[in-house]
Write a protein that binds this ligand. Structure first.
Ligand code: ZN
Length: 123
């Protein structure tokens, strides 16, 4: 089994509904997105998955989040835009695009600061 990982970034605002604390106020993050994909076999070149395909797809997804007020996006209308829910949102989008018998999106981690991260994966 091989694993490849790419890191991407986006900036956005959110507020956490019913948090009952500072995060209920509108604020922003420079989020770091860490994506890990598992691949069974290498291709003829010796590559598991060309990084550029993963980066391109990730960037397409993140384009919809970058410089947005996340609470106003349809997906987060009733769902709090926490790092956990953002991780799942990106995971599901990538899974739809990449998963097959050889490739599996393994984990999406969302860093909302240098020392705080939430991940989503499926067993
Ligand atoms: Zn926040």
């Amino acid at each position: 089994m091989y694993e490849i990982m790419v890191n991407r970034k986006f900036s956005a605002a959110h507020n956490l509904r019913e948090y009952h604390g500072q995060c209920e106020n509108l604020h922003g993050h420079n989020w770091k997105v860490e994506i890990i994909v598992r691949i069974k076999d290498l291709d003829q070149t010796g590559l598991a998955l060309d990084f550029k395909f993963l980066k391109k797809s990730a960037d397409e997804i993140l384009k919809g989040l970058d410089h947005q007020y996340l609470n106003e996006l349809p997906y987060f209308q009733d769902l709090n835009p926490t790092s956990e829910n953002i991780a799942k949102f990106i995971f599901n989008r990538l899974t739809n695009e990449f998963n097959d018998e050889k490739i599996k999106v393994a984990r999406v981690s969302i860093w909302e600061s240098e020392d705080s991260c939430a991940s989503y994966f499926e067993e």
